[in-house]
Structures are given as C-alpha cells and as structure tokens.
Design a protein around this ligand. Structure first.
Ligand code: NAD
Length: 437
C-alpha cells in the first residue's frame, strides 16, 4: 500500500510557519531566503511566489529491511520531494547519507527547479534521500533498501512524472535496481524511469563524468574572464566521489595543479601537485584519501582555507559558512556541491574579489546529461560520447553566459543572477498555465 503523502496546505489556510518539518531545517531556510531575495528584486506575481516557496508534493516512507549481520529488521526513513511539475516531469537525485531529512531534501528539490530553469530543460525540480550510511551497509542491504524505497514511492514516480538520478552516496548500481524494480511493476523494461544508470542498461556515455565536466567548463570560462591561465592555476577540492574526482581529472588534464583534496575521513596536501590517477587508483581499492602516501595529511578544517586559485567544494552543503568564509584565500569558488555556501558566508565573500560560480549553474552538467539520457531512452536512439560532450559544452557555456550577462546588466552577484533566471523561468510558466481549478 502506498505510504501517506504529507499534505501541503493551500495558500489560503496556511499560517505563517506552516510545516515545521520543512521550516526547522537550516538548508530549507537557506533556500527560502534565497527565493525571498530574488522576489525582492524582481516582479513576480505574489501568488506564484507563494506557490514556489513550498514543494508541490512530499512523501515520507518507512523502509523496513532485514539486516545481513543478525537477521533483525531495521527501519530506515526515505523521502521524495517534488518541488515543481510545471515544466515537465520532476527530476533530481537520490542521496544516501545519515543526516538526510525532509527539509534538506525539500531545499535540494527547490534548487533543482531553478537549475532546470537556467539550463532551459523541460523538467521541474525534485530530490530524494534515505537516512542511512551506505559505508556501513552490505550490498544486499543497499539493494533491499533501494528496491523497497522504489516500491513505496511508486505512486508518485514515472518517466513522465518524476525521474531519479544518482547523488551523494548513490551510483549507477542504485539506478539499475530502481530501473529493475519499476520495470517489474509496470511489466515492461522502462529505462527512462532513471538516469545515471549503467551504459549497458540504456545509460548515457559520459553521464558519470558530466557534472564534473560541466564544473570545469564553467571554471575555464571564468579563468578566461579573469585573464588567468589553467597552467598557472592551483586547485583545492573537497570530496573525491563522482563529482570531485571527475573535476580533479578534468582540471589536471588541462594543466591545473591539484594541491589539496579531502573526503569524509580526512584531507591531504602536496604543493608540487597530487597525481590524480594514482589517487583514484588508491581510492578504488577502498582506502580513504588521507592514507594516500604521496602527500601529507592536513586537518580537514584547513582544507577549504588552503590558499589556491580554484576552490571546489564537491561534497556537502553549508561547508563555507560564517566560521571560515573570511579565511578563504581563493580567486574562484566553483560550487560543484549543492548549497555549499551559506547566505552569511555569501555576505562575507561579497566584500572580497572572489568570483563565485553558483551551484545551480556550476553543477548543472549532471542534470543536462541526464536530460540527454532521458531523450535517448525515449527515442531508443543513442549518441556518441563526442556528441554528448559537444552538446554539454554548448549548453553549459550558454547557461554561463546568460548568468554572467544578467549579472553585468543588472549589477547582481553571479548567485543572484542565476537564481533570478531560474526562478523567473518557472514563475513565468506557472503564471501562463494559471491556477487549477
Ligand atoms: P559521492 O557520494 O560520489 O561523493 C561524495 C564525496 O564527498 C566522497 O568523497 C565523500 O567521502 C565526501 N564527503 C562526504 N562527507 C564529507 C565531509 N564531511 N567532508 C569532506 N568530504 C566529505 O557524491 P557526488 O555524487 O560526488 O556528490 C557530491 C556533491 O555534488 C553533492 O552535493 C551532490 O548533491 C552534488 N551533485 C552531484 C551530482 C551528480 O551527478 N552526482 C550532480 C549535481 C550535484
């Protein structure tokens, strides 16, 4: 039986702080504050704004599974939030992390709406998550959690309704299990139910690297703007998973020296440059970044304040905050992670000459190639990696230029310009479609 859908009260009977589960979350507060800042500068219909400030739909499910170690039943909690279905199916990742909660997922879903708006993709924003630590679970437990979660949210997902993709703590295998569970339910193979799945199941070549590649296209454009050469640049990267490792590889290929890297277990530094291929091989054997022998260990709090040309947070949200913002010594911050910079940190950084490439632009390469994957699966007509990368580069540069032009024309920060473009796209579509009934 389908789990209950958390009802979102209509705007008329909504008290000021209606749903504490959302509003108590600092990440959701951050997303709402950004929306309020856009609203203060633009001419958005108040009714539309009211609708944009809450998700369209949120579902909370119990996921009971039998544990491998002792056969006991453990209950996990899963979330799927769809912020907007106005522009097409909602689209967004599924993350497995111990701190996942409804507010965080709702904020991430809202950011996905703006991201799809900037990139002109025919999607609304969504996000999902399960509060669990994938590093502590066996493969069998992860498979059962994923399949049970998929089964519980079946009533609100579908290739024309809501399409999931990998995020923090999930990968191609997770998507393969969702694809299989959904297909078993509908009775036919339905690859377009997820993106970021294995290539042999209808995945898109280049999807795994797409988010990191998109980040690097934005970085290269910014270096050009600032008259800096990649060969003279140094980079510090927080997170060495899907996104962080791809960023390191793409930057190193273009001559950027990666001088410090961190993951959840610790950080390392080597001013002569870290050998990224050797680090990848080291991590592929299951070892943490901090045990890499060709670099010195540094305390994790030092990572983000290491002097460098490019600082790339590619792990969690709110890591650049009022405690460390004033100590950051970078020329460019490329926000590969979602929501890595708090509004307080933004205010502090606005007094510096640091160029920020905001998350909803910087990491949009992932959802862009997810869009390519969805289109290919629907058409059953597959592209080459060169075609994927060419289209990705063109679309990332178009997005970057639109945001930069808007920032220049209206004297806005890159973040405010990106948010304004994304919010206005969704707001215009909502206004044109009108209010049902
Ligand atoms: P991942 O699970 O593959 O990798 C996450 C990395 O972050 C790991 O190296 C992990 O050890 C590290 N990490 C976790 N906690 C940390 C901590 N406290 N301090 C330092 N490092 C920590 O996840 P991913 O897919 O690479 O996603 C990373 C970020 O990029 C997330 O914010 C995600 O929302 C965002 N993002 C991902 C995609 C995508 O396509 N995967 C697309 C857009 C945005």
């Amino acid at each position: 039986m389908a789990a209950p859908v958390v009802p979102i009260p209509s705007t008329n009977d909504r008290p000021h702080h209606p749903i504490p589960v959302f509003e108590s979350s600092p990440t959701f507060q951050m997303a709402c504050r950004q929306l309020e800042m856009v609203a203060a500068q633009t001419d958005i219909d108040p009714g539309v704004l009211e609708r944009l400030s809450m998700p369209k739909r949120a579902m909370v499910v119990s996921i009971p599974i039998r544990m491998d170690r002792d056969g006991r039943t453990e209950n996990f909690v899963g979330f799927r939030v769809q912020h907007s279905l106005t522009s097409g199916p909602s689209k967004g990742g599924l993350r497995y992390h111990p701190s996942v909660d409804l507010g965080e997922v709702a904020a991430l879903a809202m950011w996905m709406s703006w991201k799809c708006g900037i990139m002109n993709l025919p999607f609304g924003g969504a996000k999902g998550g399960i509060a669990c630590d994938p590093a502590e679970l066996t493969r069998g437990e992860l498979e059962r959690i994923t399949r049970r979660f998929t089964d519980e949210v079946l009533s609100i997902i579908g290739p024309r309704m809501d399409v999931m993709a990998p995020d923090l703590g999930t990968d191609e295998q997770t998507m393969a299990w969702i694809y299989d569970t959904y297909s078993m339910h509908v009775g036919y193979a339905c690859p377009e139910i997820v993106t970021g799945k294995p290539i042999e199941l209808g995945g898109c070549v280049g999807r795994r690297e797409a988010t990191g590649r998109g980040v690097v296209y934005c970085i290269l454009e910014t270096l050009k703007e600032l008259n800096l050469k990649p060969g003279d640049a140094t980079a510090v990267v927080q997170g060495f998973g899907n996104v962080g490792s791809a960023v390191c590889h793409e930057l190193a290929q273009r001559g950027v020296k990666i001088i410090a890297v961190g993951d959840r277990y610790g950080s390392i530094r080597n001013n002569r440059g870290i050998n990224v291929s050797a680090l990848s091989q080291h991590v592929a054997t299951g070892k943490p970044v901090r045990d890499f022998p060709e670099a010195e260990q540094i305390p994790s709090e030092e990572l983000l304040v290491t002097p460098c040309t490019l600082l790339v947070p590619a792990a969690l949200e709110r890591v650049i905050n009022h405690r460390n913002a004033s100590q950051i010594r970078a020329r460019i911050i490329a926000e590969a992670a979602n929501g890595p910079t708090t509004p307080e940190a933004d205010t502090i950084l606005s007094d510096s000459d640091i160029f920020i490439i905001p998350d909803i632009l910087c990491n949009a390469g992932g959802v862009t190639v997810s869009y390519f994957e969805w289109v290919q699966d629907i058409q059953q007509f597959f592209w080459s990696e060169a075609e994927v990368n060419n289209h990705l580069e063109k679309m990332m540069l178009r997005g970057f230029n639109r945001v930069r032009d808007m920032a220049r024309e209206h004297d806005l920060t890159m973040r405010m310009a990106a948010l304004s473009l994304g919010v206005q796209k969704v707001a215009t579509e909502k206004a044109r479609r009108g209010l049902f009934p």
